[in-house]
Ligand binder design. Structure first.
Ligand SMILES: [Zn+2]
Length: 315
């Protein structure tokens, strides 16, 4: 029997991205009761974003008594509820988002980095259920990471822990990352990287069916599944660098599980063999033999679930 929503604790969970704003009501068993997706208000005004969040919450008025907190995940490092960096939402950097929303919504408000929230979501309801030492790696436009040690999110001393995408995997590539470093993992193991690496090698594979002016990560993946040698070479390279990055993580953290999430995980069958090979060759043996490396299970909802879990106070 489904429980009556009015009798349980709910969290108003928010995925605040540069393009989309998703809100959900999540109960304390990890069920998403309602969900809504809209565009993030244009013009990047902090007040506009606050107004959109308040409007969404008010639209769900019938559940207000059951809501115990709001929990917002944002694309950038967060230290003590202050957003330190957010290239896609610059107006929120150092903006008193928590205080503004607490005053307008009347609930306690939590703010968390999106990759950290996704790690917690996978530990609560996804591939890392039952694990205490978890690393999640999100392969999207960039590469995000979340680290959980002994059941607790490990945020670092300054709110920027777990930035796996910005660890160096190739100092000699000469490729500059937007973070200022060269040779970051995200330059080789993201959707953006798939397109760039394909473009770089197009002239060496004249028989490839891929066309320069219409390259997307999905097209490269489709070509790879059809045996296109250029696409296969790109995904192999992707797997090699991802495996190097994971091997470093495994030797450092010795996790029970590494959960791989994000859009680029769709290419798993094309990059996994090389990824596992690198881990086997490079990671500290005891850890490498025991760690599980698995695809995420919560999809787009990992962050919303994790944000809710953090607000329920059970991280
Ligand atoms: Zn970087």
């Amino acid at each position: 029997m489904p429980k009556n929503p009015s009798s349980e604790s709910l969290v108003f969970a928010v995925d605040l991205g540069g393009t989309h704003l998703r809100v959900a009501l999540v109960d304390d068993t990890g069920r998403i009761l309602k969900q809504l997706k809209q565009e993030t208000p244009k013009g990047d005004s902090a007040e506009g974003i606050v107004a959109a969040l308040v409007k969404s919450a008010e639209g769900w008025d019938c559940d207000r008594q059951s809501v115990v907190a709001a929990s917002i995940m944002v694309p950038g490092p967060v230290d003590k509820a202050v957003i330190l960096q957010a290239p896609n939402l610059p107006s929120l950097v150092h903006f008193p988002l928590k205080a503004e929303l607490e005053q307008k919504l009347g609930w306690p408000v939590f703010i968390e980095n999106d990759a950290n929230a996704a790690a917690v979501g996978e530990m609560w309801m996804g591939a890392a259920r039952g694990c205490r030492d978890v690393v999640s790696v999100t392969l999207g436009t960039g590469v995000g990471g979340g680290v959980i040690v002994d059941g607790k999110l490990w945020r670092g001393s300054h709110g920027a822990g777990g930035e796996i995408g910005h660890t160096t995997v190739d100092p000699f590539s000469g490729l500059k990352c937007k973070c200022g470093n060269t040779g970051c993992l995200e330059l080789f193991a993201s959707a953006t990287a798939i397109v760039r690496m394909t473009r770089e090698k197009l002239s060496s594979f004249p028989q490839s069916k891929l066309k320069l002016d219409e390259l997307t990560a999905e097209k490269v993946y489709d070509a790879g599944r059809n045996g296109d040698e250029l696409a296969l070479a790109v995904f192999k390279r992707f797997g090699m660098y991802l495996g190097i990055g994971l091997a470093n993580l495994i030797s450092l953290i010795d996790p029970q599980i590494i959960v791989i999430a994000g859009g680029a995980v769709n290419g798993w069958d094309l990059f996994a063999t090389e990824m596992f090979r690198q881990v086997e060759v490079r990671a500290f043996r005891t850890s490498a033999q025991r760690v599980k490396i698995a695809r995420a299970e919560c999809g787009d909802n990992a962050g919303l679930l994790g944000a809710a879990r953090l607000a329920f106070g059970q991280d």
